[in-house]
Design a binder for this molecule. Structure first.
Ligand code: CLF
Ligand code: SF4
Length: 520
């Protein structure tokens, strides 16, 4: 474990500026090149051409989200439908947290901002347009103007857009023309009866439609747009907002329907409902799902369209790795003050080469760790959940008190896999911990057996242990999955000896406000 140079150590993930001179690519334990190890070919069950499109996209590849950053530019203010979880004062909730307002940009301002961010963040690989309204309303004018310029100015960056799908069939040819390889459609239903509970109206062909008629048109447009995109080889991710009592059970049908039409990924996101956001659902007491309810629906969809579980419900002007928000470093006035920014892809190219090398070593060490667990404990111990404090690079490299989110891994005899994240308020501010905040952290990870951290103090360690969650710092700066497997092997032995008991599953609280509160 830990036999290749960490990207964290190279770039200091989360820091502003990369070093001026990049070190040489690290050697792997096996000494093989990335191409001979197969890491650049991707998973065995994926077409290499598809892997090439997703391997650096933080949303389309769970693995990539530990290494690569996305940036949204908020150039699309208009919308053509009304969702009951949306308040028009704020950004589109289909790909951002409700209650958040982004700084709107013109296409020219967006290009300048993208070039500036790309100079500072070598992890940047994707530019997305996800609002603040619908990217294809108003004929997608600003969206396509931005992508047309971007394609010429920064050809190494992938283009990505998100839409509610109503206007999608009209724009599929333009999407293909601009080489937009990744499109997200928010599809919350495939039955207009369900849709009528989510969408009070749509605006289509110069007319406002309501009730079942509106839901039927939206459904037909979404299915047609999805089929048109996938038939052209464009990768489609489907977002669904899980609304308990409205579409929770129905999402299995949605999963089947989008899989049969070629969707690449299905991202089931929790409804975020708060009366303070002024949405129809928020004001009428519609609640969002708990962590366990969300996981139950996601697990039930396994075997259908491949699931995305690492979505952070970003802002329409989000910048950085998915778990972080660096937008404050790149506000319009700061970008304006920068003057002319040149396109330079050298740091990004070097960074991508390092990631390729890292991946080659990672695949070998993950396989070895999994084989070790299988051989030593067989298949009799139930999987457990582990919370991890990390700031990227697939490593346990964050202090407990500095974590703004914990990544959740399910680990068992079949391996370790990322199953979600829990956003929390930072426990330690200005050198001391806050008791109320600690209670929030405990509520967020109370279904976990252990929490992996780079470092932790005595007080929070004791509170965690009292709550039945084992604080673990012995894997500090090691890889997450290998550490989780090593921990599970040890846990299974202790379980067999009666030293520890398996935890009764609790229902963790999904926290959504911590990052939003700071910038909204
Ligand atoms: Fe942005 Fe969306 Fe493209 Fe990603 S976000 S437009 S696909 S580049 Fe990603 Fe953010 Fe979730 Fe969206 S984590 S909200 S899924
Ligand atoms: Fe709001 Fe987005 Fe729905 Fe439009 S598509 S109503 S902006 S959530």
């Amino acid at each position: 474990m830990g036999n290749v140079v960490s990207l964290d150590s190279i770039f200091g993930l989360g820091q502003l500026a990369p070093p001026a001179v990049m070190p040489a690519a690290p050697e792997t334990a096996s000494g093989c090149s990335s191409s001979s190890c197969g890491s650049s070919d991707g998973p065995a069950d994926m077409d290499p051409a598809v892997w090439e499109k997703v391997k650096n996209h933080p949303c389309y590849s769970e693995e990539a989200h530990h290494y690569f950053a996305r940036m949204h530019v908020a150039v699309a203010p208009a919308c053509n439908i009304q969702c009951n979880y949306c308040n028009r004062k704020y950004d589109c909730s289909n790909e951002s947290r409700p209650g958040v307002v982004s700084e709107k940009l013109t296409p020219d301002q967006a290009i300048k901002k993208i070039l500036a961010v790309a100079q500072e963040i070598p992890q940047l690989s994707v530019i997305g347009i996800a609002g603040p309204g619908d990217s294809l309303a108003a004929a997608g004018k600003n969206t396509f103007a931005t992508f047309e310029m971007l394609q010429k100015k920064a050809p190494d960056l992938k283009l990505c857009l998100s839409t509610n799908g109503l206007a999608l069939p009209d724009h599929v040819d333009t999407i293909a023309q601009y080489n937009i390889d990744h499109v997200t459609i928010t599809i919350n239903m495939v039955d207009p009866e369900v849709g009528a509970q989510i969408y009070p109206w749509i605006f289509y062909k110069h007319k406002r439609w309501t009730g079942l008629d509106a839901a039927k048109i939206l459904h037909e447009q979404q299915m047609l747009g999805l089929e048109m995109l996938t038939s052209r080889g464009i990768l489609v991710k489907v977002n669904s907002v899980m609304i308990p009592g409205v579409n929770d059970e129905h999402l299995l049908e949605v999963n089947k329907a989008v899989k049969s039409r070629g969707a690449f990924l299905h991202n089931i996101m929790p409804l975020i409902s708060d009366p303070a956001h002024g949405t129809y659902f928020g004001l009428n007491g519609q609640r969002g799902p708990t962590a366990q309810e969300l996981k139950v629906v996601q697990d039930a969809c396994e075997g259908g369209a491949k699931l995305m579980r690492h979505c952070r419900q970003c802002r329409a002007d989000a910048v950085g790795l998915l778990g972080e928000d660096r937008g404050e470093e790149f506000t319009a006035d700061k970008i304006e003050a920068m003057g002319f920014v040149e396109y330079d892809d050298e740091a990004r190219r070097t960074y991508r080469e390092h990631v390729e090398s890292e991946r080659a070593g990672r695949n070998a060490s993950k396989a070895a760790a999994q084989a070790d667990v299988r051989e030593s404990i067989g298949f009799t111990v139930d999987p457990i959940l582990i919370a991890v404090a990390t700031k990227g690079g697939e490593r346990i490299n964050e202090h407990f008190g500095h974590a703004k989110e914990f990544q959740i891994y399910e680990v068992g005899p079949n391996g370790a896999k990322f199953v979600g994240h829990r956003r929390v308020d930072q426990y330690c501010e200005g050198g001391s911990g806050d008791v109320d905040t600690l209670d929030g952290v405990l509520a967020a990870i109370n279904d976990c057996t252990a929490v992996f951290v780079a470092k932790i103090g005595g007080c929070p360690s004791k509170s965690l242990a009292d709550a039945g969650i084992e604080p673990v710092d012995r894997f500090a700066f090691d890889y997450i999955e290998e550490s989780a497997l090593a921990y599970f092997k040890d846990y299974a032995e202790r379980l067999g000896q009666g030293v520890v008991q398996s935890r009764a599953g609790q229902d963790a609280v999904i926290r959504t406000g911590a990052l939003t509160a700071r910038r909204a």
